[in-house]
Design a protein around this ligand. Structure first.
Ligand code: UD1
Length: 323
C-alpha cells in the first residue's frame, strides 16, 4: 500500500516529487489524466503504482486516496493564457478536482495534503517582495482557480481537521517541463528554441521580472511540508521560491551565453492576464519548514539546458500538437 499519493504524477512537478520520494525508498502512488501530463515522464518511475484517471471524477479520487497518508496535489491546468482561453476547463481541473481530492482524502483518513498554490494569487499589487500576509488579488481565471484551491485547503483544516499545507510556487522550471506547447512556461520554451536556433518571442517589453525557481528547490519544499510538525504548518500557506528575480531581457541574454544563440528575440504585445513583476519573500518557509533554496537560477538554467540537450528533440516535436 502506498504511503504517498502524487496527483499530476506524469506532469513536470508531480513527476519530480515522485522521483525523489522513490529515491528515498518511499512507497508512492501516482495519478494522471494525461490532459497535460506525458506518458514519457513516467519513465524511471516504474516502482510507482500508477492510476490513469481524472480527478474530476469523485470515485477515481476515492480509489487514489485509499490507504494513503500524505497527498501531494500537483495536478492542474498550469497556464495563465490557457485559462484566459478556456476558464471553464481550468475551473473543472483546478477547483472541482481539488475539492474532490480533499473530500476523498478526508474520507480515506489521509493525514496531510500538500497543495501546489500559485504566486499568481498575488496579482498586480506593486509591492515587492510578495509576503503571505498580503491580500490576494488574482487577475486571470487560473489565478482565481488556484486561489480557490488554497481556500478549500484551509477550510478542510479548520472544519474537518485535515492537515493541509499550501506552497505558493513561483515560476518553477527544470527538466521534464514540457517546452512544446505555447502554454508552457517561458524558460522551457526559450531553452528549446534557443538550443535549436529558433527565435524566441518576448511578450511585452521584456522588463517583466520573475522569481524563477529551480524544480529541486520546490521538491525540497514539498518534502519538508509533508514532514513538518502539524503545530507549525497545518492550515498554513507559504511561498516556495528563491527570493531573487530577473527580467526576461536579462534571462534572454544569459541564455544566449549558455546556448550560443546569436540572434535577437522577437517582441510581441503583452499577454492578457500577465502580471508585471514577481518576487517572493521566503522567510516564512524558512521559519516553518527550515526551507532554503539549494540551487540558484543560473545553476538551475545550466542543469535544465543540459537536460534539454540530452533529450531527443523528437520527444518534443511529437507532442507539439498536444495542448
Ligand atoms: C507561471 C506558471 C503558472 C504559475 C505562475 C506563478 C507556467 C506555464 N505558468 O505563470 O502555473 O502559477 O507562473 O508561479 O508555468 N513569455 C514570453 N514568451 C513566451 C512565453 C512567455 O515572453 O514564449 C512571458 C509571459 O508573457 C510572462 C512571462 O514570460 O510575462 C512568464 O510567463 P510564463 O512562463 O507563462 O509564467 P507565468 O505566466 O508567470
Amino acid at each position: 500500500m502506498a504511503k504517498y499519493l502524487v496527483t499530476g504524477a506524469a506532469g513536470f512537478i508531480g513527476r519530480s516529487i515522485a522521483a525523489e520520494l522513490l529515491a528515498r525508498g518511499e512507497t508512492v502512488r501516482g495519478i494522471d489524466s494525461f490532459i497535460t501530463g506525458k506518458r514519457e515522464n513516467l519513465r524511471g518511475l516504474e516502482e510507482m503504482e500508477f492510476i490513469e484517471g481524472d480527478l474530476a471524477d469523485p470515485a477515481t479520487c476515492a480509489a487514489a486516496c485509499a490507504g494513503v497518508e500524505v497527498v501531494f496535489h500537483e495536478a492542474a491546468l498550469a497556464s495563465v493564457p490557457r485559462s484566459v482561453a478556456d476558464p471553464v476547463s481550468t475551473n473543472v481541473n483546478c477547483v472541482d478536482a481539488t475539492l474532490n481530492v480533499l473530500v476523498a482524502a478526508r474520507a480515506a483518513g489521509v493525514r496531510r495534503v500538500v497543495y501546489a498554490g500559485s504566486s499568481s494569487a498575488y496579482g498586480e499589487s506593486p509591492t515587492l517582495p510578495k509576503r503571505e500576509d498580503m491580500a490576494p488579488d488574482p487577475i486571470s481565471p487560473y489565478a482565481v482557480a488556484k486561489l480557490a484551491g488554497e481556500h478549500y485547503m484551509r477550510s478542510f483544516w479548520r472544519v474537518y481537521g485535515l492537515e493541509t499545507v499550501v506552497l505558493r510556487y513561483f515560476n518553477v522550471f527544470g527538466p521534464y517541463q514540457d517546452p512544446a506547447s505555447h502554454y508552457s512556461g517561458v524558460l522551457a520554451i526559450f531553452c528549446r528554441k534557443m538550443l535549436t536556433d529558433e527565435q524566441p518571442t518576448i511578450y511585452g517589453d521584456g522588463q517583466q521580472s520573475r522569481d524563477f525557481t529551480y524544480i529541486e528547490n520546490v521538491v525540497q519544499a514539498n518534502l519538508l511540508a509533508a514532514a513538518a510538525p502539524a503545530e507549525k504548518v497545518a492550515g498554513a500557506m507559504m511561498n516556495a521560491a528563491t527570493g531573487s528575480r530577473i527580467t526576461l531581457n536579462e534571462t534572454f541574454r544569459l541564455l544566449c551565453g549558455l546556448t550560443g544563440y546569436g540572434g535577437a528575440p522577437a517582441y510581441a504585445p503583452s499577454r492578457a492576464g500577465d502580471i508585471r513583476d514577481s518576487l517572493a519573500d521566503i522567510q516564512l518557509a524558512k521559519e516553518l519548514l527550515g526551507y532554503a533554496p539549494k540551487v540558484d537560477f543560473e545553476e538551475g538554467l545550466r542543469r535544465t539546458l543540459e537536460w534539454y540537450r540530452s533529450t531527443s528533440t523528437e520527444r518534443f516535436v511529437s507532442q507539439s500538437t498536444v495542448m
